[in-house]
Design a protein around this ligand. Sequence first.
Ligand SMILES: [Zn+2]
Length: 201
Amino acid sequence: MKKPVIIIIAALCVAAIAIAQAVLERRGSAPSQLLEIFDVEGSSAKARLTINGEQIFVTNVFIGEYGIGKQREGDRKTPQGTLHAKRAFGILPNPGTKFDYIRVTPSIFACGDREYYNQIVDTAALHHVCTGEDMYHMGPDYNYGLETDYNSECIYKRGAAIFIHCKGNKPYTAGCIAFDQDRMIQILNLCDTSLVVTVHP
Ligand SMILES: [Zn+2]
């Protein structure tokens, strides 16, 4: 073979490898489990769960009373952007999820105090007198839920207890995302910690 031909073949090989890598990278960047919150209208929005590119459901959810774009504790907004689910919890028994599952008993609180800010704690084990959320008395909202990584640095007053949980009696939340309970069970049982949650207008 002549030298220019070899050079051309070599160049084509390099180009082919680069294209293959780009394709693989793009595939890798698409989350296998995606929960999109969109079509925000006041404290209502739509949610779409997609697993391995297949749409599982589109449903109506409730979000923060004042919509999205959370900045600080008490603004009653849901964070905008990307969230990840960390652990599951519930007043009811584990429905079969792969997530670590915190069974909510009367001593389990979502702490809003400086000491354990933005952490789910067992106040009995820690001997902590908690002024945070008494999770056991939040049902049916907390029949099942997922903890998100919002403010995972636990910066005091930046916002705590941003959860994905079941709908309660009100058509809004204080910043969480609320699903019908059967949808919540589906999310718990079909997903794991690779779940990516996106919140956009
Ligand atoms: Zn506390």
